[in-house]
Ligand binder design. Structure first.
Ligand code: SAH
Length: 468
């Protein structure tokens, strides 16, 4: 029988596991207790701060005996900002946790007992993020720029510095702060809906060094303030090739509004994934960790094993990067054999991404492509009816995974190989179980660490049609 502890009790706990959100887990008289900032192997005294029917939440009071995986966190705000849940855990141990998480998901959610490859480590474990969105708020008459504390809208000020991002981001953030202070430009205040600057959005093409700065505003900026912003930023930061303003006046947690105004340079910055040149306007999805994205795509290309002449379908294709990358890889392989071209059909719901995908294809001289702007569910049905049957299908959905209807349509298309890329191993495991029922064999999944120091893990898996 499990007996629950009471609020404010201080209990001794052995940490035995981690949740998919990165909280440590221990048991007290068989009752589950979640503790942020713990590590597997810790013995701690923790204070119970919340008790629910089936679990409690505790806070570390004292570490009695630290886990061998524990290291000193090298960021002063890592325990409050909530971005780097694992910064106090050795990188090797982070990779072990993530591998276990993927294995557990397949077993518990998919009912599939399968060995999982070791997690592909990220070449860089700091400064790997190519995108940042800093909320800007007015608190007690002061400008605060940083990150929201977990499950709150309280800003943890980080002085513009975040170890996951390039140092230049911090410098630009602080330049924007000075510009605001000097020009008496107000930060947004959620409680009143007043104030102007809501977010600072930055993106960098790591291969080109080009940086985009986009300010999300709750209204319009005076011409003289625009001019001053451009002057301040470009005088000190050569690498900023694009400055734009985004207007978002809605009372919403969604960061970007629909209106963009380009005030300096080009709207899109450039980057390169392997041999693939790409353009990135602010509104499109782009993989956060470029170097690791290349490794993920390489692995996906290896699993797709295109030889030339196939039809490749890329569902949830964003700016077309995976399909185009795979074709470039296959072209490299077949440069000597002169095999026939691969036909690429990409599907993506965001119009700007589809437009960019077409431009990216053209820029790389890849001709035999079609990009469709629609939901994957709808497009797959249309393509099935049209009789466009892929030999290889790549699928890279958001966290919620695929709908059963989409899986059904894909199974009717009957591709020989499906390469499933997922940022949520729980929905991947759920979907893999359905694909299995539909006659696909699951190969050993490979987790890829795109997000060191966070509990997230990407995973790429091949499923191949079982011949009757
Ligand atoms: N494969 C791309 C993008 C993956 S992110 C890459 O590697 O960069 C997932 C993409 O799916 C996003 O671009 C998002 O806009 C798109 N998306 C979300 N829901 C969708 C749906 N129902 N149908 C099609 N695309 C969708």
């Amino acid at each position: 029988m499990s007996t629950s502890p009471q609020k404010n009790d201080v209990i001794r706990l052995n940490i035995e596991g981690m949740t998919s959100e990165g909280s440590a887990v221990g048991r007290h008289n068989s009752f589950t207790v979640f503790v942020p900032n713990g590590a597997i192997g810790d013995v701690i005294d923790c204070r119970i701060i919340k008790v629910k029917k089936n679990y409690a939440i505790g806070k570390i009071e004292r570490i009695i005996s630290p886990s061998p995986d524990r290291i000193e966190s090298d960021c002063p705000v890592s325990f409050s900002c909530g971005g780097c849940t694992y910064r106090h855990i050795d990188y090797e141990a982070q990779l072990r946790i993530k591998r276990q998480m993927v294995e557990d998901a397949f077993r518990r959610i998919g009912g599939i007992q399968i060995d999982v490859n070791p997690v592909m480590p990220s070449p860089e474990i700091n400064g790997y993020r190519n995108k940042a969105q800093f909320p800007v708020r007015e608190e007690n008459g002061e400008i605060k720029i940083g990150f929201f504390a977990p499950r709150s809208h309280r800003i943890i000020e980080c002085g513009g510095i975040c170890r996951l991002q390039p140092e230049q981001f911090g410098e630009i953030v602080n330049e924007v702060r000075s510009w605001m202070q000097e020009g008496k430009i107000k930060a947004y205040d959620e409680s009143t809906g007043k104030g102007l600057v809501r977010h600072i959005y930055l993106r960098k093409g790591f291969a080109t060094g080009e940086i985009m700065l986009c300010l999300v505003l709750n209204g319009n900026l005076k011409e003289k303030d625009k001019a001053q912003l451009i002057k301040r930023i470009t005088e000190k930061h050569d690498s900023v090739k694009s400055i734009c303003l985004n207007k978002n006046t809605r009372d919403t947690n969604v960061i970007l509004g629909d209106d963009f105004e380009l005030i300096y340079g080009e709207k899109a910055i450039g980057d390169r994934l392997g041999d693939l040149e790409i353009k990135l306007p602010p509104e499109v999805f782009y993989q956060i960790n470029k170097e690791q994205a290349e490794r993920l795509y390489k692995k996906a290309a290896e699993l797709a094993s295109l030889k030339g002449g196939e039809t490749l379908m890329d569902l949830y294709c964003g700016t077309g990067t995976i399909g185009l990358f795979m074709i470039k890889e296959a072209m490299k392989e077949s440069a000597n054999t002169g095999s026939t071209p691969i036909k690429l059909i990409g599907v993506e719901v965001v119009e700007e991404s589809v437009k960019t995908a077409r431009e990216n294809a053209k820029m790389n001289g890849i001709n035999n492509t079609e990009f469709i702007c629609a939901t994957a569910e709808k497009a797959a049905e249309i393509l099935l009816q049209r009789g466009d049957i892929p030999d290889v299908l790549v699928i890279d959905p958001p966290r919620k995974g695929c709908t059963p209807e989409l899986i059904d349509t894909i199974a009717k298309m009957n591709p020989e190989r499906i390469v499933y890329i997922s940022c949520d191993c729980a929905t991947l495991a759920r979907d893999a179980a359905i694909f299995k029922e539909k006659g696909y064999a699951l190969h050993t999944p490979t987790p890829v660490d795109m997000f060191p120091h966070t509990p997230h893990v990407e995973c790429v898996t091949l499923m191949s049609r079982i011949e009757e």
